[in-house]
Write a new protein. Structure first.
Length: 412
């Protein structure tokens, strides 16, 4: 159970959590990523583009997101969350709208690239900064609740896109997706996000470690390897689900519904993970959680019936996005909050590289091998590496001083 102090933090900060959840749901990382799977086959059928060509668009959105993440961290520290996020939503909408109007792969890629560049103010660096600065006793649970926005995208986007394509075409479907940041996230962010640069809610001893020494430390390297492996696995398997299921004979609508259960399971999964890492050693929790999708991926190699496919998706959903929650929590726990935005931005770049390269890589594997077996086996191995590597982080650093006892204060 959560402590009274943790419950009080969540009650007082619920508006910020809602704004963060809706913000990441319509962010430059979530909208392209959770849209591309349902769009792949319809676009390929209409245009003749290969699946690899279509999913390569993620390399532009997530890849450029890797380059912008450290800059976004600096902007948040100096200008505040709201001033960075609001123009970011407009940028996401513009980029996705250009992709929706594309008649060539060049324009399609340009739209995804602009989504990342102009929408950089919506990436997880922003939302994690708000939560880690505002919450201390319930930091893990708050991160889980805030980042549950990705679950909303995972559930709703495949269904929305499939429904609109059946009635119109993929251009209209993607244009509808492009409007979500403006009608869903921007108004709430305007009302409930802090306008000034956010500062830690408590005043414990802050870390004195420099950016250079942190980046050169073993812990930073371990986190980077785990994040890269985890997101290669996540991005590879989740963007493959809808096309893989339709290849096995399911209708597009049925495939979208089953794949959407990933997002359904992400909601309780993220909250549970957040509560667990508040109470127990987070690397061990992360290791166990990341081994669950490893097993699910191996089952997906042979599963064809709806029940087994759904169970695998639920298992994936329990852990999908765990690396994002863990990254924010572990960055604050091992390196402190004074330099959180910059260090998180650098580590997030590893996540974005995995997210950028995996969809096209796994789609290419499918084209070479003829099915998704190699893709699912590769994801299983990468999930295992991501989980086991976390155990090398070692115990939390200790803090001397009166504020350290009984709290999640930042470590030196």
């Amino acid at each position: 159970m959560m402590t009274p102090a943790a419950i009080a933090e969540l009650r007082s900060g619920w508006r910020i959590l809602v704004a963060c959840a809706l913000g990441i749901a319509a962010s430059a990382i979530a909208l392209p990523y959770y849209s591309i799977g349902a769009l792949t086959k319809p676009i390929a059928l209409e245009t003749g583009w290969s699946r690899t060509d279509i999913q390569f668009a993620i390399a532009f959105s997530s890849g450029l997101g890797a380059l912008t993440a450290p800059v976004t961290g600096w902007l948040v520290d100096h200008f505040g969350v709201r001033r960075v996020a609001l123009p970011g939503f407009a940028g996401v909408a513009l980029g996705m709208m250009i992709a929706a109007m594309a008649g060539s792969t060049l324009v399609f890629y340009l739209g995804f690239a602009l989504t990342a560049l102009l929408g950089a103010g919506t990436n997880p660096v922003v939302w994690s900064k708000v939560v880690t600065s505002r919450f201390d006793h319930a930091r893990g649970a708050a991160l889980g609740l805030a980042l549950v926005g990705t679950a909303l995208s995972a559930i709703l986007l495949p269904l929305l896109i499939t429904m609109l394509i059946e009635r119109t075409n993929w251009h209209v479907a993607l244009a509808a997706v492009a409007m979500l940041p403006l009608v869903l996230s921007l108004p709430v962010a305007w009302l409930w996000l802090p306008s000034e640069p956010v500062r830690p809610s408590l005043a414990p001893a802050q870390p004195t470690v420099s950016i250079r020494s942190a980046v050169l430390s073993l812990r930073f390297v371990v986190l980077a390897i785990s994040i890269l492996s985890g997101y290669l696995a996540v991005s590879g398997v989740l963007t493959s689900l809808v096309p893989a299921f339709t290849d096995r004979g399911l209708s597009p609508a049925r495939a979208a519904v089953i794949a959407g259960t990933v997002g359904l399971a992400m909601i309780p999964g993220r909250v549970l993970i957040g509560i667990l890492i508040d109470r127990y050693w987070a690397p061990a929790v992360g290791c166990v959680i990341l081994l669950i999708p490893a097993v699910a991926c191996l089952v997906l190699v042979r599963a064809t019936d709806s029940l087994n496919l759904t169970l695998c998706c639920l298992a994936l959903g329990l852990a999908a996005g765990a690396e994002l929650d863990l990254l924010a929590f572990l960055t604050a726990r091992y390196f402190g909050r004074a330099r959180f935005s910059k260090l998180y931005g650098l580590l997030y770049a590893c996540l974005a590289v995995g997210s950028a390269t995996a969809p096209a890589m796994f789609s290419r594997l499918r084209e070479v091998s003829g099915d998704y077996t190699a893709s699912f086996v590769s994801s299983a191995a990468l999930f295992a590496v991501a989980g086991i590597t976390l155990l090398l982080l070692g115990p939390y650093p200790s803090i001397s001083g009166p504020s350290a006892k009984g709290s999640h204060s930042d470590a030196d």
